[in-house]
Write a new protein. Structure first.
Lengths: 57, 304
């Protein structure tokens, strides 16, 4: 027979700790930064090719 | 005494296992970054010639990231004194939220990334200036001057003065008089700004063993130096008119602001009250912001 849980007991899993929450937040921030970097590189490449083509006539 | 406090403070929390994203953002000194972005943008817009808007945004972004990255490396190196000073002890490293190694790696990666992106997307002169700024702030100011001489912020202040020159170089690909004038403006603004802060925080700096001017030369000498630098700064505020990058309207506006700056510096020189030092510190921030905003408005009127 399982022991009764205390009133303030909070069910947690290995992925639900404070450390994991912080790591998830950080990973999402890194992911967002990489997406922004990809967009920036795409835009810069596009602009440079476009201006290069315009300069070449 | 200062050494004992330092040793005590150097025993930083060992469980800095990697902070949240906002702790890493705090490493970039967002408030300093905002001024850098603004001054870089002013340099970029005032420069003769044009740049594609996308490349302009990328240039300002690179300036911001480079400045933030040097701030992160500064926090890594200064973690021991940051832990002693009340103004800085809540920063991510002394607070135990981010490890010193993680801050260093973060700063180095962003530094290299911002310089490379600036070079590839904009031009290599702007990238070279950005790299020099980061190295100057970290190597010359943080590692060499800050703990050795009361002239630390006079020379080190150059690092904060480069962004408008970088913005200028991003457009023109060269270093011209206009960019140099903007550089000088911030260069001469920095000492009275930081010395006003150091006057009412001198206890903090003394505890940390940082040889700021009030700690080494005393309050009287500091107030005198603040007044001298303010007298040099006020005419420099009008210099953009003579460099041909601003009109008469801006000149009148800058003269009034400069007179206000000198008046507050003179009041501090006479009174030696902390409240006057705080007032000058607050006004110095407003002064630079309004001066740069005045340049932008003057430029916008010219464009319209």
């Amino acid at each position: 027979m399982p022991l009764p849980k205390p009133a303030n007991f909070k069910e947690t899993t290995a992925r639900d700790t404070d450390l994991h929450r912080r790591m998830r937040g950080r990973n999402l921030a890194i992911f967002a930064a990489l997406i922004v970097l990809m967009i920036v590189i795409f835009l810069v490449t596009y602009v440079r090719i476009q201006t290069g083509m315009e300069a070449a006539g | 005494m200062a050494e004992a406090s330092l040793q005590q403070a150097t025993a930083l929390p060992a469980e800095a296992d990697g902070g949240e994203a906002r702790d890493f953002i705090a490493l970039l000194k967002p408030r300093v970054m905002s001024l850098v972005v603004f001054s870089g943008l002013v340099g970029l817009l005032l420069a003769p010639g044009s740049i594609h808007p996308v490349l302009g945004v990328v240039a300002v972004m690179c300036i911001a990231i480079g400045a933030g990255a040097s701030g992160a490396i500064n926090m890594w190196y200064d973690a021991d004194i940051d832990a002693v000073m009340s103004r800085t002890q809540k920063r991510p490293i002394p607070a135990g939220k981010v490890s010193a190694e993680a801050a260093l790696a973060f700063g180095c990666i962003l530094s290299a990334g911002s310089v490379a992106l600036m070079g590839l997307a904009v031009n290599w002169l702007a990238a070279g200036l950005l790299a020099f700024t980061i190295l100057f702030y970290v190597g010359i100011y943080t590692m060499w001057l800050k703990r050795r001489t009361p002239q630390n912020i006079v020379i080190g202040g150059a690092a904060g003065a480069f962004p408008p020159m970088i913005g200028w170089a991003a457009v023109t690909g060269d270093i011209a008089l206009g960019g140099v004038v903007l550089f000088l403006l911030i260069f001469f603004w920095t000492p009275p700004h930081f010395w006003a802060l150091a006057l009412y925080r001198s206890g903090d700096y003394a505890r940390a063993g940082v040889p700021m001017l009030p700690v080494i030369a005393g309050r009287d000498e500091t107030r005198k130096q603040i007044l001298i630098y303010s007298l040099m700064l006020a005419p420099l505020g009008v210099a953009p008119v003579f460099a041909g990058i601003a009109g008469i309207g801006y000149g009148v506006f800058a003269s009034l602001l400069g007179a206000g700056f000198v008046a507050l510096a003179a009041k501090l020189y006479r009174s030696d009250a902390d409240k006057d030092a705080k007032r000058l510190f607050g006004f110095s921030i407003l002064y630079l912001f309004l001066l740069l905003a005045g340049l932008l408005v003057d430029w916008a009127i010219g464009v319209i």
